[in-house]
Ligand binder design. Structure first.
Ligand SMILES: NC(=O)c1ccc[n+]([C@@H]2O[C@H](COP(=O)([O-])OP(=O)(O)OC[C@H]3O[C@@H](n4cnc5c(N)ncnc54)[C@H](OP(=O)(O)O)[C@@H]3O)[C@@H](O)[C@H]2O)c1
Length: 337
C-alpha cells in the first residue's frame, strides 16, 4: 500500500481526496493535515466520515518523511512552501506548479513564487494531453477546474491546426471557490441569483492560454467569461470558434482523438451535455454543435469541478505516477439524480 498524506484535508478538495482514496486498493490515506483542526478526528469536521480513525495533524510539525506521496490541497502560495519540504512525489491541486515560469504566475496571482527552482521539475497534470510527461515527473501541477473543461474541449481542434478566435462562457457552482464562506457564496445572496464575475481578468485565463499556446506552438489568446450559478458542484463551458470544417468532420476528429480515453465522453449528436450526467464522477462530457447562420462551431464541456476538475484528476495523476491502472478508484458512474 502506498502511504498518502493530504495537506489541506479540512477543505473541499481534501475531503474529496479522502472519500475517493477510501476505494483505492493500493493507496491508503496515512496522514491528514490541517492547521485549524490539528488533534481532532476527521468526523468532527466532516460528520459524513463518521467512524473514521483519521486524526488531523499540524502540517508545520511533521516532516512527511514516511509518505510515498503528498497531495497539497491548499491555496496558491502555500503549496510551494510544503513542496520545498518534501522530496517525494507531490501533486499540488492549486496553481503553484501549473506554469513553467514564475513571472506569469506572479503576475497572475500577485504573489512571489516561493519555489521557482522547482518549476523545472513540474509537469502540468492533464493526463489526456500530457500523460507521458506526467509519468516521468515527481511534481505535478494539477490543472484548474475551468481550464480542464476548456482545454479538453479545445485540444483536438488546436492540435488539428485551428488558430482562430476562441470565446468561452463558463458556469460554475459555488464549491469551486472552496470552503471559506464569502458574501458571493452566501445562500441569501447566491440562491436564485447568477451572473458573470472577473470578466477579462480571471486567474484561469493565463493558465488556459499558456497550455493552448503550448499545444498550438504559437501565442493563443482567449476571451473567457465565468459565471457563478446557484449550484453546489459542476462546470459547463460553452466554447465558440470559427467553423472551418463540417460538423461531421469535427465530430469524427474528437471521437478519434479521445477514442482511448475512458474519462472523456464525446456524446452522440442528439445527447445533451449537463452537469447532472457527470456529478461526483471523473468524467468530462463533450458535445459539438454548429451555427451555420453565423458560421461558428460550438463546443460544450461539462465536469464536476471537485472531481475531474480537482481531486479525481489528482488521483488519476497519482495512478500514473505509481504506474497503476489510471481508472483505479475512479471508475464509478456519476450519481443520479
Ligand atoms: N474547489 C474546487 O473546485 C477546486 C478545483 C480545482 C482546484 N482547486 C484548488 O485546490 C486547492 C484547495 O481548494 P479547496 O476548494 O479545497 O479549498 P478550501 O476548501 O478552502 O480548503 C483549503 C484548505 O487549505 C488549508 N489552508 C489554507 N491556507 C493554508 C496554508 N497557508 N497552509 C496550509 N494549509 C492551508 C485550510 O485548512 P486549515 O486552515 O485547517 O489548515 C483549508 O481547509 C486550492 O488551491 C484551489 O484553488 C479547487
Amino acid at each position: 500500500m502506498y502511504k498518502i498524506g493530504i495537506v489541506g484535508a479540512s477543505g473541499y478538495t481534501g475531503a474529496e481526496l479522502i472519500r475517493l482514496l477510501n476505494n483505492h486498493p493500493q493507496a491508503k490515506v496515512a496522514k491528514i493535515y490541517s492547521r485549524s483542526f490539528a488533534g481532532q478526528n476527521l468526523s468532527t469536521v466532516f460528520p459524513a466520515f463518521y467512524g473514521s480513525k483519521l486524526i488531523f495533524q499540524d502540517p508545520e510539525k511533521d516532516d512527511f518523511s514516511d509518505l510515498d506521496l503528498l497531495f497539497l490541497a491548499v491555496p496558491a502560495g502555500a503549496a510551494a512552501e510544503y513542496a520545498l519540504r518534501f522530496s517525494g512525489k507531490i501533486i499540488d491541486l492549486g496553481a503553484d506548479f501549473r506554469f513553467n515560469e514564475h513571472t506569469l504566475y506572479e503576475k497572475t496571482y500577485g504573489i512571489n513564487h516561493k519555489a521557482p527552482k522547482l518549476l523545472t521539475e513540474a509537469c502540468y497534470g492533464l493526463p489526456e494531453i500530457f500523460r507521458s510527461e506526467i509519468k516521468k515527473s515527481r511534481l505535478i501541477g494539477n490543472p484548474g477546474c475551468f481550464p480542464t473543461s476548456i482545454i479538453l474541449g479545445l485540444a483536438p481542434l488546436i492540435k488539428a491546426g485551428y488558430r482562430g478566435d476562441i470565446i468561452i462562457s463558463s458556469l460554475s457552482g459555488t464549491s469551486g471557490a472552496g470552503k471559506n464562506p464569502t458574501e458571493a457564496q452566501h445562500f441569501a445572496h447566491r440562491d436564485e441569483n447568477f451572473g458573470p464575475y472577473k470578466v477579462g481578468n480571471h486567474r484561469h485565463t493565463p493558465e488556459i492560454e499558456s497550455i493552448l499556446s503550448t499545444l498550438s506552438g504559437q501565442n493563443q489568446k482567449v476571451v473567457f467569461v465565468p459565471h457563478l450559478i446557484p449550484a453546489i458542484r459542476g462546470i459547463v463551458s460553452t466554447i465558440y470558434v470559427d467553423k472551418t470544417e463540417s460538423l461531421k468532420k469535427v465530430r469524427d476528429l474528437y471521437r478519434e482523438f479521445y477514442k482511448d480515453e475512458y474519462f472523456v465522453r464525446v456524446r452522440q449528436a442528439d445527447e445533451t451535455v449537463e452537469t447532472k450526467n457527470v456529478l461526483a464522477s471523473n468524467f468530462v462530457d463533450l458535445q459539438l454543435y454548429e451555427d451555420s447562420h453565423a458560421d461558428k462551431l460550438i463546443i460544450v464541456s461539462a465536469l464536476d469541478n471537485l472531481i475531474k476538475g480537482a481531486s479525481g484528476q489528482a488521483i488519476q495523476n497519482m495512478n500514473i505516477l505509481f504506474d497503476l491502472p489510471e481508472k483505479t478508484a475512479l471508475e464509478s458512474f456519476p450519481i443520479y439524480p
